[in-house]
Design a protein around this ligand. Structure first.
Ligand code: ATP
Ligand code: MG
Length: 415
């Protein structure tokens, strides 16, 4: 089955709201193996909605509409579909009763406009809406199926799940394929390096397929398979997943929604280690991420936001000569910050970040983006030097993310 999604609403065109319905529908249709080749957005205009329906019916068998089912004059979906399919709008008694009851139960006076929401193109199948006033509908037109649902996501999602998807599956003869994905999260390598390492797998894999996507703080490798059921789909994915792990043993830190901080939290908790942070250019970003997971008080003790040099020496206790001889952005300073914070908070681990986030303050020797990370685990200190690309925000985020990455890697070896 080929489908097309039609999201209706002038506010979508004006950029006032994000078309998350189209996003959701794309995902849901893929899950049941329905092809989606086009998504169209149209304003609240009958002529243009009819025109879009004409185009959609020429290239798809299933057209899914969201929006424009409300009671106001700019809600034109019912009218547009009725005119397009050549059906009169007809009152559906049960829907009217349902709407009346909904108003009565909330003790609100129902306006005549709301009655419009009980009118549908003659011959429609009505889809109940337990979460709002506007029911949806399905109408068949010249062997095409047109389904319309409310625009409000909280009303539309359940209607899609319990009304449209079962209808589609029945239409497809009860059997359908599923599409399932698994994401592997990679850090410490750029997109092209990741690509190099799995290029051959990329070429020879057709089911599952492999996709590589760059995100702000990690690279995602997505494995997607098509099969008759979930178990088969995940079995296919598992085989390829093991191969990908083999290619990037040091750089995959988690799967699907797992974040670096949540993975780090697991190791810290398991190994019963405590940690503290000393940050300069990130001024608490690392601390915020280490404490974003519930239960972080088990391992996180505290941090020093030592932004100014006086804070590094006076509060944290970095020796003045370290800053005088090597500068605040130096391997020596990062090492000292990590050592000092570990002693101040009496933790097993101290982590530090010092760098130049820009846009000013860079020199030829110490350019914007230069960041040193220090990690002291039980007295053994390691430092890492990076020159990150990007703007101030990007550099700060990369610095915190990379510190977490090294921390996570080192923790796996720590006792
Ligand atoms: P209602 O009965 O609430 O009026 P409706 O079917 O008429 O529903 P719209 O008037 O088109 O829907 O949209 C109502 C609200 O639903 C919008 O203001 C917006 O917040 C949300 N919405 C509509 N379309 C989308 C979309 N494509 N993606 C995300 N949200 C949407
Ligand atoms: Mg509306």
């Amino acid at each position: 089955v080929n489908s097309e999604v039609l999201t209706i609403g002038t506010e979508l065109l004006l950029g006032q709201i994000l078309d998350t319905n189209a996003l959701y529908l794309g995902k849901k249709l893929a899950e049941v193996g329905v092809n989606l080749y086009y998504k169209t957005t149209v304003g609240d205009n009958i002529a243009r909605v009819k025109e879009a329906l004409g185009v959609a019916c020429n290239r798809a068998e299933l057209i899914i509409i969201t929006g424009g089912l409300g009671p106001t004059v700019d809600d034109i979906t019912r009218q547009a579909v009725a005119e397009f399919t050549g059906n009169e709008l007809a009152l559906d008694g049960p829907s009217l009763k349902f709407i009346e009851k909904r108003f009565a139960s909330r003790n609100i006076q129902m306006s005549d406009n709301n009655k419009l929401q009980a009118y549908f193109p003659a011959g429609s199948i009505i889809l109940e809406n337990p979460n709002g006033t506007a029911p949806g509908f399905i109408v068949e037109y010249k062997s095409k199926i047109i389904a319309a649902m409310p625009g409000v996501p909280a009303e539309m999602y359940p209607m899609m799940e319990s009304g449209i998807i079962p209808f589609i599956i029945k239409k497809m003869g009860g059997s359908h394929q599923v599409i399932r994905s698994k994401s592997l999260r990679v850090i410490g390598l750029g997109e092209s390096r990741v690509d190099e390492k799995i290029q051959d797998l990329f070429r020879e894999s057709t089911n599952p397929t492999i996709g590589v996507y760059a995100h702000a703080d990690h690279i995602e490798i997505r494995l997607t398979s098509k099969a008759d059921d979930d178990a088969q789909a995940f079995k296919l994915i598992e085989g390829l997943k093991q191969k990908v792990y083999g290619r990037l043993p040091d750089n995959i830190y988690g799967e699907d929604e797992k974040t670096l901080e949540s993975m780090t939290a697991v190791v810290l908790t398991e190994k019963k280690l405590t940690i503290s942070t000393a940050e300069s250019c990130t001024a608490g970003l690392l601390a915020a991420r280490l404490t974003s997971t519930a239960g972080s008080s088990k391992y996180y003790t505290g941090g020093i936001n030592s932004y100014a040099n006086e804070a590094k020496t006076g509060v944290l206790g970095v020796p003045e000569n370290v800053i005088r001889d090597f500068g605040a952005v130096s391997q020596e300073c990062a090492a000292s910050m990590a050592q000092r914070v570990r002693l101040v908070f009496k933790t097993d681990i101290g982590v530090s970040i010092t760098g130049i986030a820009g846009p000013d303050g860079g020199t030829a020797v110490k350019p914007v983006g230069l960041v040193y990370i220090g990690i002291d685990i039980s007295g053994t200190v390691k430092t890492y030097k990076y020159i990150f690309p990007g703007n101030r925000e990007g550099i700060r985020n990369r610095a915190a993310q990379t510190a977490l990455f090294h921390l996570y890697k080192e923790l796996q070896q720590a006792n």
